[in-house]
Design a protein around this ligand. Structure first.
Ligand code: F6R
Length: 637
């Protein structure tokens, strides 16, 4: 959601900022814009739609000579200070007018913003009373006018002009804003400086040599530097070519946390695949292996990444809540089965967006596990904060180093899955599952329910998964063919039991978000209580069958359910363990998956569903990596 890039250095900034925006496209957006400071002028361009529209507008003006009546002419390509933005509309539709950057009334200041300024109506009314004319419907424009006003006031008070003035003015503005925001700003009169501010919205600094960067996430500047600085909440950061200065909103010096990015630019490229999603599906064996890497210590204990909890804290846990959204929520649903089975601690899974509104019973002995690929999902962050206010302990499972959710948690297990660019989660889901299993084992071990050898046995089963996934992916072509056959189906249903139920939900979610088709996932036993009425002649139903070697009763029950739907005309697509002959008579299409212990089975049964959704979407001509209306990182509630 909203991508933000800022650059201060010696090179022409426009190309650098546009490349950064391209790398942030995956976050989801509906308009884009840039502001460049050159020769004492503020040059801006912004367009609704994809980056190509912005680039076209920029290339048209590059043929115009500087000094012409077209705002700055070709000068926009020369400036060495710039900010750029991709917008996911909240206040005001996705139009040229509402796209960022927003200029202040003085024409000298430009601001870009991610988040929602909750008191914008009040601020706007106040500014309008002062005679400021608004040209957009956005909340962001308030921040631009306020910033210009503060700069004018400080200058009039005789404060020395320059980068520090910009930072001082930004601090004043931040103190007036309510809600969540990342803001970046430039002033035509202060060349070489970009100021940023953050509250509850992502912003990271890239440390270069003779140049520095600001961005929503590191992928925007990864091709230039792998040294980054994590900012805290309520901080203002000023970058120039040679300096990075951080303060809190009151102006007190503050520091960020330096970190080195463990992957390079090629990890964020398509690498020969048609879509990032296909690449990320193919990366799953490695991603699972990376999540597992080094998790079993020499003494046989499971290692998390950051632990600010004692073993006694974990022994005191008497209830677990897992909070997450979307795909991450489905991984939490699977985790519930494993955690309760291994630890015997009651475990509930909650949609993060609902959690705090129903006043859950939380105390010191409650462990809240927050699962988030991005680590910035606002619903999950707010659930986490609510849990902390009630004194619960919070453990995060996250793929993004230094993101807000892990930073505010008492313990963290990073999934180490590498960048996930496609909006639809694939490798994030599998690595979240692995992380959940590891946490279940860790809790069971700390509480003395599982011995080191029992833990090691499950870890060994997990370590077999990358190879099984490779084998599964090598034989996935028939799923692609099936997808092409199903492209015009009016609906697809998914059924499963036990851990197969969240897999069914995940399969349906993937299909809805990518192919824009009606798809629903059901607990197979629930069909007869209503949803079976949806089944018509030829309705495709994907059935997730557990291993016959596991809990026999589960397997037999779902085979009965398959017979029930087949008798009503369903076209059955059966995902079952290799060698399971019992399902053959009832399967119109059989998708075999490697033999896997029941609790770990979602690691293999989910993969054909990802491929199915991806291929159906592609066959229907949709943008697989950036489905309509969706954003990768959902930073508003
Ligand atoms: C679906 C998908 C979303 C995310 C959800 C949570 O494919 O990707 O449902 O899982 O928005 O995002 P994170 O994990 O970043 O908190």
């Amino acid at each position: 959601m909203c991508g933000i890039v800022g650059y201060a250095g010696a090179r022409p900034a426009l190309g650098i900022v546009l490349d950064g925006l391209r790398r942030l496209e995956y976050r989801g957006y509906d308009s884009a814009g840039v502001a460049v400071v050159h020769d004492g002028e503020l040059l801006t361009e912004k367009k609704a739609g994809k980056l190509a529209n912005l680039e076209k507008a920029l290339s048209e003006r590059s043929t115009v000579e500087p000094g012409s009546d077209l705002d700055g002419g070709a000068g926009i390509a020369l400036g060495t200070t710039a900010i750029g933005h991709t917008r996911w509309a909240t206040h005001g539709g996705p139009t040229d007018r509402n796209a960022h950057p927003h200029r202040a009334h003085d024409g000298r200041v430009a601001v870009i913003h991610n988040g929602i300024i909750e008191n914008f109506a009040k601020l706007r009314a106040e500014l309008e009373r002062q005679g400021v004319e608004f040209v957009s419907d956005t909340d962001t424009e308030c921040a631009a006018h306020l910033l210009a006003g503060e700069l004018a006031r400080l200058r009039a008070a005789g404060e020395p002009d320059g980068p520090h003035l910009l930072a001082a003015a930004m601090r004043q503005v931040c103190q007036r804003l309510e809600g969540a925001f990342t803001l970046l700003a430039v002033d035509a009169g202060i060349p070489g400086a970009v100021v940023g501010a953050r509250r509850n919205s992502p912003l990271v600094v890239g440390r270069g040599v003779g140049e520095n960067y600001l961005a929503s996430d590191v992928s925007a500047f990864i091709e230039h530097t792998r040294d980054a600085v994590e900012l805290g909440q309520d901080q203002v950061v000023l970058i120039t070519a040679d300096d990075i200065e951080i303060t809190d909103f009151a102006g007190r010096p503050a520091s960020g946390k330096d970190f080195h990015i463990g992957w390079d630019a090629s990890a964020a490229e398509k690498g020969g695949y048609d879509y990032f999603m296909l690449k990320e599906i193919a990366e799953q064996p490695q991603a699972v292996a990376d999540t597992l890497l080094g998790r079993l210590t020499e003494s046989g204990e499971i290692a998390l990444d950051e632990v600010r909890l004692t073993d006694q804290d974990l022994r005191d846990v008497d209830k677990i809540f897992i909070v997450a959204c979307g795909t991450a929520y489905h991984s939490g649903m699977v985790a519930k089965y494993a955690i309760e089975h291994w630890t015997r601690i009651p475990c509930e899974v909650e949609l993060a967006s609902e959690f705090r509104y129903r006043d859950p019973v939380l105390d010191r002995s409650t462990l809240v596990v927050a699962i988030s690929q991005s680590g910035e999902t606002m619903d999950t962050l707010m659930a986490l904060r609510h849990a902390k206010e009630q004194k619960a302990r919070v453990l995060a499972i996250c793929n993004t180093n230094g993101a807000t959710i892990p930073r505010e948690s008492d313990a963290v297990l990073y999934t180490h899955g590498g960048p996930e660019i496609a909006v639809a989660s694939t490798k994030a889901f599998l690595t979240q599952l692995v992380a959940c299993y590891l946490i279940g084992l860790h809790l069971a071990q700390v509480r003395g329910i599982k011995y080191a050898d029992e833990v090691a046995a499950v870890v060994a089963q997990l370590q077999e998964m990358p190879e099984k996934l490779r084998r599964l992916l090598a034989g996935i072509e028939p799923v692609r063919e099936l997808a092409r056959e199903l492209r015009n189906a009016p609906q697809v249903l998914f059924i499963g039991r036990h851990v197969g139920f969240p897999v069914a939900l995940e399969g349906a979610l993937k299909l809805k978000e990518l192919a824009y088709m009606h798809a629903e996932g059901f607990a197979a036993g629930e069909l007869k209580h209503g949803p079976i009425a949806l089944i018509d002649q030829g309705t495709p139903v994907v059935c997730i069958v557990p291993s016959p070697a596991g809990r026999g009763v589960l397997h037999d029950k779902i085979v009965s359910n398959i017979q029930e739907i087949r008798a009503r005309g369903a076209r059955t697509i059966v995902i079952a363990e290799e060698g399971d002959r019992t399902v053959v008579p009832y399967a119109d299409h059989l998708i075999p998956v490697p033999r896997t212990p029941t609790l770990l089975a979602p690691l293999v049964t989910t993969v054909p569903l990802q491929v199915l959704a991806c291929e159906i979407a592609a066959a229907r001509g949709h943008d697989v990596d950036q489905p309509r209306n969706l954003a990768k990182s959902v930073t508003v509630e």
